[in-house]
Ligand binder design. Structure first.
Ligand SMILES: *[C@@H]1O[C@H](CO)[C@@H](O)[C@H](O)[C@H]1NC(C)=O
Ligand SMILES: *[C@@H]1O[C@H](CO)[C@@H](O)[C@H](O)[C@H]1NC(C)=O
Ligand SMILES: *[C@@H]1O[C@H](CO)[C@@H](O)[C@H](O)[C@H]1NC(C)=O
Ligand SMILES: *[C@@H]1O[C@H](CO)[C@@H](O)[C@H](O)[C@H]1NC(C)=O
Ligand SMILES: *[C@@H]1O[C@H](CO)[C@@H](O)[C@H](O)[C@H]1NC(C)=O
Ligand SMILES: *[C@@H]1O[C@H](CO)[C@@H](O)[C@H](O)[C@H]1NC(C)=O
Ligand SMILES: *[C@@H]1O[C@H](CO)[C@@H](O)[C@H](O)[C@H]1NC(C)=O
Length: 761
């Protein structure tokens, strides 16, 4: 049991009885510290098998790693080369320098070169150094827990990609209102993002387009590197000087690799005794936690190298009194130790409670003293535990109340009371924990950079979707209650209903109605589907989404901007009605200049170029993003992809150039081509073109877009629903609820290098 109670000073448990309580707590603390003896990690036996070099320079090379032939397991071979500069040999994996190896954590540390791009002012030219590391032929993968992808620069977008694997973006901006600060790497001048689990290939790419000439002047170079989490501490000087690199233009950072033996789980590997790597008699096998393969560990009571036949040696506990306490006679046995009370006494010598036995003449006196002592000790302990529990509970409640107050919970409660009949509920943390089975991983509907969405079952057997955001800025925190009041009143058949929220936690959680039939993204881009979506159905989805957005922009009071319109934010209900979701993360229209959003949010491929420049989110930004959704519907292509020539990677730009060159037909979805209704398609394409106007002012309003779509639909005059519902029903082989992965994060969906990405700050 672990009980903490000597936390912060200040507020006592019960105001009046403070000194008394203080003394008690002190006593409790010393008592429990004595009881909870710390167990430190044991040293490792790093000596390799006979005849093998166990060191290269100053670095220990434990088996399964090795330098000489026959001294390593497949893939764990190292080179040990003389380093001409220092004269001390150094180990290398291929040509990558190795720093050190840990058997216990199954990790190795290597140096990774920093990638950069610089602007050469004299020639107006760019120079690049893009680095990659390829461990696909090795038993290594980049540790997702211990590394971060770090990018330094102003208006820089860099991404790492794996081979047929997931990609991650990191975007760093600089603006006059937010200047970079030392030690902070959160999107301003510097950006850090985690990497996907299990990747073993890494390559950096910069997106040169993001950078504008203003920025080049004071920040000529951008850098990007995958590095160990604690290695990096941002300094503003990195933006203006070349401190991160040496005079030859190279710089390096440590990066942590996880390794594992083979690619089979324990149960399979054990069947082949010849190749099974847990050679030591006293060793056990466990599956690698982040990829294929397994690892070995010495059993309890043994230490050393589990990969060597006699590697795991018995620990002599009797010589390690601090870790293995014994207040009597200690005897070491294989794998354990015996600690007995001195002759003539009994009790538990490990705890130091040896007492005289009955045959002793003084036994009865000692017995009484013993009983009294141990009873009072037990009582004391019990009291301590009760007190700490009470204190913990109060602290927890205080924390909950504090969050509730900070997020404007009171205001919200009053509003709800005053507006009778408002179907909005403030949930407690406990209720949501129960609904999601303590935020069980199996309940995750989607997750990524912004947060995680869980499926929840409320007590009344109502399914809901619970959104747990990762970050929230301070302004949002303060105004959360106010925003909830407004969002709760939104009532439109094509908007996902916000049912309630929970404010007892640091970042408030939102509770939405559960929509069962996946997303529009899924419907359009799922290549496994057998049937196709007709043009009428597409038009209907577009119209419904447009109406929802028009409602948010013009009928809601105050107007609400969505901020992240994309096909994966348009959900489909049982009857294939489109419902716009995730507006809860968006901002209300700011009332004054100081409130403009300065952080870029949104999704690559859908981002309004004007917004990127001005950092000002407007209703026209939503119109732009909606234009991209229209294109997806028309072309069946994703908003951004990595196949083909560079200029064709963004759907909006390839569409605009196709329109200019009058070759729209090439882009269209084959299914639509078949039921070609040239006039209608042309009209929708022109509408999309207007939505994608570079200047926000020149784009139509959402209301105009909706009216146009409605007109086009009437013009088509086909009774859509009867005819098409069945058809769509067949589309989805298995009814998915939202979609995993595709909605959030940067995941490869197809085996090919097609990626759906989301910007990460
Ligand atoms: C180190 O020196 C050896 C010969 O003295 C040479 O072959 C090798 O290329 C040098 N290595 C480096 C990294 O300079
Ligand atoms: C490896 O090196 C890092 C940093 O240089 C150090 O923190 C770590 O303790 C070392 N690990 C081992 C097993 O030597
Ligand atoms: C950050 O630290 C460096 C020195 O390490 C200093 O030169 C620079 O002025 C600091 N920047 C800010 C914004 O404080
Ligand atoms: C990072 O550097 C700043 C000064 O530039 C210092 O105040 C801060 O403590 C450093 N942080 C870490 C984690 O080393
Ligand atoms: C190892 O993984 C396999 C399948 O991947 C699983 O069947 C087995 O139970 C796992 N073993 C352990 C010890 O976790
Ligand atoms: C391996 O053994 C060490 C020490 O014996 C222990 O700290 C560690 O938790 C074990 N790891 C696993 C995965 O069992
Ligand atoms: C380490 O392992 C080697 C080889 O199995 C063995 O000879 C040696 O005694 C071990 N050392 C310790 C300290 O256990």
């Amino acid at each position: 049991m672990r009980v903490t109670f000597m936390g912060e000073s200040g507020r006592g448990v019960v105001g009046g009885a403070k000194p008394f309580m203080g003394a008690w707590m002190l006593l409790c603390h010393s008592l429990l510290t004595v009881l909870l003896a710390a167990v430190a990690a044991s040293p490792l036996n790093n000596t390799g098998p006979a005849g093998c070099r166990a060191k290269c320079g100053d670095v220990s090379i434990p088996y399964p790693f090795g330098i000489d032939p026959g001294c390593y397991l497949p893939g764990f071979n190292l080179n040990c080369n003389d380093d001409n500069a220092s004269g001390v040999p150094k180990p290398y994996i291929g040509s990558v320098e190795l720093i050190n190896i840990s058997l216990l954590s199954a990790q190795a540390r290597i140096y990774n070169d920093i990638s950069w791009q610089c602007y050469i002012r004299t020639s107006h030219d760019m120079s690049y150094m893009l680095r990659s590391l390829d461990f696909t032929a090795y038993p290594y993968r980049f540790s997702d827990a211990d590394n971060k992808f770090t990018v330094v620069g102003c208006d820089t977008l860099a991404y790492i990609r794996g081979q047929n694997q997931k990609a991650r973006f990191c975007e760093s901006t600089c603006s006059s209102s937010d200047s970079p600060t030392n030690g902070s790497c959160s999107g301003i001048g510097c950006c850090q993002t985690t990497i996907p689990k299990g990747i073993n290939y890494y390559a950096v790419t910069f997106d040169g387009d993001l950078k504008n000439s203003r920025v080049w002047d004071f920040n000529p170079c951008s850098y990007a590197v995958l590095a160990e989490v604690n290695w990096f501490n941002f300094s503003t000087t990195y933006l203006t000087t070349a401190d991160l690199l040496d005079t030859e233009g190279s710089g390096r950072a440590p990066v942590v690799l996880d390794w594992a033996i083979g690619d089979e789980p324990c149960e399979v590997a054990q069947r082949n005794r010849d190749s099974y790597a847990c050679r030591s008699e006293h060793s056990s096998c466990f599956n690698s936690s982040n990829g294929p393969g397994y690892l070995c560990n010495c059993s309890r009571g043994y230490e050393g190298n589990p990969y060597l036949p006699d590697g795991c040696q018995d620990i002599d506990e009797c010589t390690l009194k601090d870790e293995y306490p014994c207040h009597g006679t200690c005897t070491n046995i294989p794998g354990d130790y015996i600690c007995s009370c001195p002759q003539g006494t009994n009790g538990d010598a490990k705890k130091g409670t040896c007492q005289g036995s009955r045959s002793n003449p003084f036994s009865s006196v000692k017995l009484v003293i013993g009983i009294v002592a141990s009873t009072s000790f037990a009582l004391l302990l019990l009291l301590c535990i009760v007190l700490s529990l009470v204190r913990e509970r109060r602290k927890l409640m205080r924390i909950k109340e504090e969050y509730f107050r900070r997020h404007g919970g009171r205001l919200l409660l009053e509003e709800i009371k005053s507006k009778q009949g408002l179907a909005f509920k403030v949930y407690t943390k406990g209720e949501l924990e129960q609904a999601t089975n303590n935020f069980d991983k199996n309940r995750i509907l989607g997750g990524g950079s912004h947060g995680t969405v869980y499926k929840g079952m409320l007590n009344d057997n109502h399914a809901v979707a619970i959104k747990k955001s990762k970050i929230i800025d301070d302004r949002q925190k303060k105004e959360f209650g106010k925003e909830m009041v407004i969002l709760s009143q939104i009532n439109h058949k094509n908007v996902v209903k916000l049912l309630g929220c929970c404010m007892e936690v640091e970042v408030p959680m939102l509770v939405y109605e559960f929509i069962s039939n996946g997303t529009l993204f899924h419907l359009i881009h799922d290549r496994n589907r057998t049937s196709h979506v007709s043009l009428d159905a597409r038009l209907e989805f577009a119209l419904q989404s447009a109406e929802a957005l028009a409602y948010l922009h013009s009928s809601a009071s105050p107007p609400i901007l969505h901020g992240d319109v994309k096909s994966s934010n348009i959900l489909l209900d049982d009857n294939y009605n489109a419902k716009v979701s995730d507006f809860g993360a968006s901002m209300l229209v700011p009332k004054d200049e100081t409130q403009f959003a300065t952080l870029v949010q949104g999704t690559c491929g859908y981002l309004d170029p004007e917004y990127l420049q001005t950092c000002r989110l407007t209703d026209k930004s939503d119109v732009y993003s909606f234009g991209v959704v229209l294109l997806e519907l028309l072309t069946g292509r994703k908003a951004i992809y990595f196949e083909g020539p560079r200029e064709e990677r963004s759907l909006s730009s390839s569409f605009l150039s196709a329109m200019k060159e009058d070759r729209l037909l090439q882009l269209l979805d084959n299914h639509i081509k078949n039921e070609m209704d040239i006039e209608l398609v042309q009209e929708i394409a022109e509408l999309a073109q207007r939505c994608l106007n570079i200047r926000g002012e020149d784009r139509p309003t959402m209301k105009e877009v909706a009216d146009d779509l409605d007109r086009l639909r009437k013009f088509k005059q086909h009774p859509f629903l009867q005819h098409n519902l069945e058809e769509i029903e067949n589309l989805l082989d298995k009814p998915s609820s939202y979609i995993k992965n595709e909605t959030f994060g940067c995941y490869s969906i197809e085996k090919k290098a097609t990626l759906d990405i989301e910007c990460e700050r």
